[in-house]
Write a protein that binds this ligand. Structure first.
Ligand SMILES: [Mg+2]
Length: 230
């Protein structure tokens, strides 16, 4: 395993994943007794713990009060999502994703996730569209609030559990500037994909090493991944 390829989920691999947003709303009410939704902030690129804190701060809770119950909040979200995940429509797989994952798997590259989603929600979304088996490891929003730490954690898991050595051979695909910044801070190669709400320019400004329109061009992506950073 001489390459580790890490993927963000929302708007990089999938879109229109149902249930996650409602899980926040449910947990805000159950744990903090607040009627609110994540739509009051721009949650793109944020980890779930960052979203919880920012939404509740906008509802005038102190960071300390929020953090006291943040574990309960995550548990409530996971329980809610688990109950409803099979009753809602499956997410949409973005163009090229399935073909790309199959090809990367065939090349024997190690494939993982770096997502702000809590792990059971991330895995649930991917299970719903039968893609979960491709992702051998990951850094998840349930592991840490900070996305850079999630990248580092994924690399650590690769080194500990797989025959992998970190040497300028880790690539991160994501749709948000926060993905690019996290990859950059962790010292890996970042590939921005403009399938979310952010433009090529915005991703380049966030120090993306490459920016592509989508994940359709398997050949082009393999060529990027075959190069190592100098
Ligand atoms: Mg995303």
């Amino acid at each position: 395993m001489d390459r580790l390829l890490l993927f963000d989920i929302d708007r990089t691999l999938l879109k229109n994943a149902k249930g996650h947003r409602d899980a926040f709303t449910h947990a805000f009410k159950e744990v903090y007794d607040i009627d609110t939704t994540i739509d009051i902030i721009n949650f793109n690129g944020m980890t779930d713990q960052q979203i919880i804190i920012e939404v509740l701060q906008k509802n005038n809770l102190s960071e300390e009060d929020i953090k006291t119950k943040i574990k309960d909040c995550m548990t409530s979200m996971i329980e809610y999502y688990d109950n409803i995940k099979n009753n809602c429509d499956p997410p949409t797989i973005l163009a090229g994703v399935k073909k790309l994952l199959k090809e990367l798997d065939k090349q024997n590259y190690l494939i993982g996730l770096v997502t702000g989603n809590l792990e059971p929600i991330a895995r649930g979304k991917l299970e719903r569209v039968k893609l979960n088996q491709f992702f051998k490891l990951g850094g998840f929003g349930s592991d840490d609030i900070n996305r850079t730490n999630l990248v580092k954690l994924a690399i650590k898991k690769a080194e500990e559990n797989f025959d992998f050595k970190f040497d300028k051979n880790v690539f991160l695909f994501g749709d948000a500037p926060q993905d690019m910044n996290a990859g950059n801070e962790a010292g890996i190669i970042t590939i921005g994909v403009t399938t979310g709400i952010y433009s090529k320019e915005q991703l380049e400004n966030a120090a993306a090493n490459y920016v592509i329109d989508n994940l359709k061009n398997t050949r082009k992506i393999l060529n990027i991944v075959l190069k190592k950073a100098s």
